[in-house]
Design a protein around this ligand. Structure first.
Ligand SMILES: C[S@@+](CC[C@H](N)C(=O)[O-])C[C@H]1O[C@@H](n2cnc3c(N)ncnc32)[C@H](O)[C@@H]1O
Length: 220
């Protein structure tokens, strides 16, 4: 499945600039997945997701979350959304393993999914990757059923001094990553959620404030 019009070259160019070599980035995402989907993530998940008939994982990347969602939600309809060809290869395998549907679609455009189709939307390390992220918050709210929940996991704004602890060289590429990784504060993400009629249930900081996991709800 794809959305229409399909992902334009501009979308992939933006991702290419952000990720560099797609295959390397895919491998890095696979290697780092245990850190993302560890006890803190599953603690938030188990607190706020008790049952779900329909789950959409936006920007599923290699799709590693899909089988983990299946283990917790054996009867749910699970859909992963991804656009990048290198990610789609492992995502296809993981979707098959999970009995999930893989939707090849660009998150910069409205998704070919109906309003109110999901009890749960997950969006892990994706929001900051869009050239203009705010419409994705509206799209997540559109996909949710009333009473449905979003788990949004993303980078938070930090000072350059603090950011450069991880990436010491201050190259044009590093500075561009800084712009993209450090755009929104926690309050900004909560503000964007609230502007779209979502309620913030909890925001859990990670790794000294580098990241946060937000549990959001569409009021019933
Ligand atoms: C940092 S990776 C995270 C992947 C996965 N959520 C995980 O945590 O393992 C971000 C993913 O979002 C996808 N992505 C970014 N922009 C996108 C867009 N406009 N449409 C679809 N997918 C997008 C990228 O291709 C990439 O696979």
């Amino acid at each position: 499945m794809t959305n229409e019009p399909g992902p334009g070259p501009a979308g992939l160019e933006h991702l290419q600039a952000h990720h560099g070599d797609f295959a390397n980035f895919r491998d890095a995402m696979i290697q780092s997945s245990a850190g993302r989907f560890g006890p803190i993530w599953w603690g938030v998940f188990d607190t706020y997701v008790h049952q779900a008939e329909s789950v959409v994982d936006l920007g599923t990347g290699p799709g590693l979350l899909l089988p983990m969602l299946r283990a917790r939600l054996p009867d749910a309809q699970i859909t992963g959304v991804e656009v990048q060809p290198e990610m789609l290869e492992p995502a296809t395998e993981n979707a098959a393993l999970a009995g999930a549907t893989l939707l090849q679609a660009n998150l910069e455009q409205p998704l070919p999914l109906p309003d109110g189709c999901a009890d749960l939307v997950t969006c892990v390390m994706v929001f900051h990757e869009l050239p203009h992220p705010p419409p994705l918050m509206a799209e997540m709210a559109r996909l949710l059923k009333p009473g449905g929940r979003i788990l949004l996991y993303d980078w938070l704004r930090r000072d350059l001094r603090n950011y450069l602890d991880e990436e010491q060289e201050l190259t044009p590429g590093t500075l561009q990553h800084f712009r993209e990784h450090c755009l929104f504060s926690l309050d900004d993400l909560e503000f964007l959620a609230e502007r779209n009629g979502l309620r913030v249930l909890e925001s859990v900081g990670r790794r000294g404030g580098r990241f946060a996991i937000l549990a959001l709800e569409k009021p019933a």
